[in-house]
Design a protein around this ligand. Structure first.
Ligand code: DC
Length: 232
């Protein structure tokens, strides 16, 4: 079973996907972290110069592994687990760039489907509902206005002791939205049959409640053998 969740940066996907996975006993698949890991590995292997000519074979040869451990995605590079280093600003920028490459998308789409074969997952990213798991009936598109998203990012950084000016964060988010929405491969957009949820006025527990209710309702409907419910 796959619950696919897409949306722009700062819409609250990671927090609620993690909560939802815990609530349902599913595996949480943070696919943004997988794109960040590829960027990190390319930097480590000094392959940045070759980005434009990357092939699937080159990516397969990287000592990068994605495993599931106790319901969590574990990313490792030559046996060492990657974590906070994937959140560095340089990696964030590189991830946005490499996510536009066909070889990288093919490589990670295959991994994501393979990981989802191991159990029930909540998969969160930009193309979960449209490209990677288009057949799942559980599709959600989370959004929030730009001000809310920039403020959330500012609080996340503040929690880590980093102070970043609000205007700068808003500009970065706008630039990333544009890159994600305008790219030719797997652009960010809601699937036709996705539940659209604006999280601007909501706290995470309220978003979680909406998602659990949506999942329960959809599952009841599919067990009755019906067609997709109409959601807005
Ligand atoms: O969600 P995030 O900020 O960690 O994602 C990092 C980058 O990866 C972001 O620029 C968008 C890209 N991405 C993608 O293209 N497809 C996904 N399924 C997940 C992330």
């Amino acid at each position: 079973m796959v619950i696919a969740i897409d949306g722009p940066a700062g819409a609250g996907k990671s927090t609620v996907s993690r909560l939802l996975a815990r609530e349902l006993g599913f595996i949480y698949l943070d696919t943004g972290a997988m794109y960040r890991a590829v960027a990190w590995a390319l930097r480590k292997h000094d392959l940045r110069r070759h980005e434009a000519n990357l092939t699937l074979e080159m990516l397969e040869q990287l000592p990068l592994r994605f495993d599931l451990l106790d319901g969590e995605l574990v990313i490792s590079f030559r046996g060492t687990r990657l974590g906070d280093e994937l959140r560095e600003p340089e990696i964030t920028n590189m991830a946005s760039r490499v996510s536009q490459l066909a070889a990288v998308r093919a490589f990670l789409t295959r991994w994501q489907r393979q990981l989802a074969d191991s159990g029930d997952v909540v998969a969160e990213g930009r193309d979960m509902t449209t490209v990677v798991f288009p057949d799942t009936p559980f599709k959600v598109f989370l959004t929030a206005d730009i001000g809310t998203r920039a403020r959330r990012r500012q609080l996340e950084y503040r929690d880590k002791g980093i102070e970043i000016e609000y205007g700068l964060l808003e500009a970065q988010i706008r630039a990333r939205d544009e890159a994600d929405e305008q790219r030719s491969l797997a652009p960010l957009r809601p699937a036709d049959d996705a539940l659209l949820l604006d999280t601007s006025p909501l706290e995470s527990p309220e978003v979680l409640k909406h998602l659990v209710a949506f999942y329960v309702e959809k599952r009841r409907h599919s067990q009755r053998g019906g067609q997709n419910t109409v959601v807005s």
